[in-house]
Design a protein around this ligand. Structure first.
Ligand SMILES: NC(=O)c1ccc[n+]([C@@H]2O[C@H](COP(=O)([O-])OP(=O)(O)OC[C@H]3O[C@@H](n4cnc5c(N)ncnc54)[C@H](O)[C@@H]3O)[C@@H](O)[C@H]2O)c1
Length: 363
């Protein structure tokens, strides 16, 4: 029997090497496999386990069903000095978003701001890796995507909008903590429900309704029903905003027509919207960073409500996960390792190396 109370730990480089092997075995060109592996493992490192290497089985299923093209590389067209359009050609969303963000960064370096609209793409996982790509170039960013129906709009009862994350970032001051906001407009991301299902756990009752419209703590029933938007009409409006900017504007699917990454019946046709801004447009970069530092300390130094030990800056909890996981490795339970190794076996690739000793864990 699978023992899901034992945590194995995998180093980031072993995780990337495993993903690259499986992708190569499925026909993904080497350079593209390196980008996808880096983006997925960034999610694992940041503690966003729902959007990391555990997605490999569902992505490989899409390749096998012929609805995601493993060999496709995105193409870029410059529209104006500040605007580019990327066509993902139904390849990995990671590649299309990576190309769009690289172009937006180049444009922002030249003229202060850059925007890339991405069409015919796929799920790009955790939005924060795109924000991090901009941060690595010293840039502020906005990162939007649309996604498959999971949420009712406010007042509705059937899924129509996605749990499309809204993300943005700004470089850090001396604190070393950049601003990284990355959030789905649902009470919880759907990936968290899949993770609970994989791990045999219950979910909080305010996350989702079952197919009959009742609150449920059973992840399987929640996946048959709908997720609840955060803040009622406000979360619903943000989900629609993601669709306007990522779907309507780009020429990709929209209005409930993006395909779920776990549905291998047809291409996803997701769209993304990426904006990059140079932080020293109105002052020196040092002044900007000093102001970010002041903001950081004002935020984390706020008076705490009762029961709270520490106040975090957006993205800080995930940064702390990354620091720990770079040292201790990425935790995975047996069932997750088995599912990953099944993908390696299918293409004759070596299994995932769990080079760090298993620990008994309180999951
Ligand atoms: N590609 C897609 O279609 C898709 C769809 C849904 C979600 N996702 C991804 O799922 C991930 C999880 O989304 P989520 O909405 O569940 O995120 P979350 O609720 O875990 O975090 C949302 C934001 O709140 C901040 N935060 C969380 N707890 C905090 C605290 N105690 N103090 C201060 N800040 C705090 C985080 O840093 C983050 O910026 C994201 O990475 C998102 O990109 C992707």
């Amino acid at each position: 029997m699978t023992d899901n109370s034992t945590m194995h730990h995998v180093t980031a480089s072993d995780a990337r090497a495993y993903i690259e092997r499986v992708l190569l075995g499925n026909g993904v060109p080497k350079d593209n496999a390196i980008i996808v592996a880096k983006c997925l493992v960034e999610a694992d490192l940041r503690g966003v386990d729902t959007h990391g290497m555990n997605r490999i089985p569902s992505y490989m299923a899409r390749i096998r069903e012929g609805v995601l093209d493993p060999k496709a590389s995105p193409t870029l067209r410059r529209i104006t000095p500040a605007v580019a359009q990327v066509d993902g050609h139904n390849g990995f969303g990671f590649l299309a978003a990576h190309m769009g963000m690289a172009a937006a960064i180049d444009m922002a370096k030249e003229i202060g701001i850059g925007m890339a609209s991405v069409k015919h793409s796929n799920h790009f996982g955790m939005a924060a890796w795109v924000v991090q790509q901009a941060l690595d170039a010293g840039m502020m960013s906005l990162v939007f995507t649309n996604s498959s129906p999971a949420l009712p709009v406010w007042g509705g009862k059937s899924k129509l909008m996605g749990t499309s994350p809204i993300a943005c970032g700004a470089p850090a001051g001396k604190s070393g903590r950049p601003f990284i906001m990355d959030m789905a407009p649902s009470v919880a991301a759907r990936g968290k429900i899949y993770k609970a299902l994989r791990r045999g756990e219950k979910i909080p009752e305010d996350w989702a309704l079952d197919k009959d419209g009742n609150r449920t703590d059973d992840p399987a029933k929640a996946l048959e029903g709908v997720l609840l938007p955060m803040g009622g009409p406000k979360g619903s409006a943000i989900a629609i905003m993601m669709d306007v900017f990522s779907g309507v504007l780009s020429g990709s699917a929209f209005a409930g027509h993006v395909t779920n990454p776990y549905d291998p019946s047809k291409p996803a046709d997701a769209g993304h919207f990426l904006v990059t801004i140079k932080p020293d447009l109105f002052m020196s970069v040092d002044d900007f960073k000093e102001r970010m530092d002041y903001l950081y300390h004002r935020v984390v130094g706020s008076d705490k409500m009762s029961g709270i030990d520490r106040i975090y800056f957006p993205g800080e909890i995930e940064d702390l996960h990354k620091e720990k996981r770079l040292k201790d490795g990425i935790p995975l339970v047996d069932a997750e390792i088995e599912a990953l190794n099944k993908e390696a076996t299918r293409v004759g690739a070596a299994s995932l190396t769990t080079s760090l000793p298993p620990l008994k864990s309180h999951l």
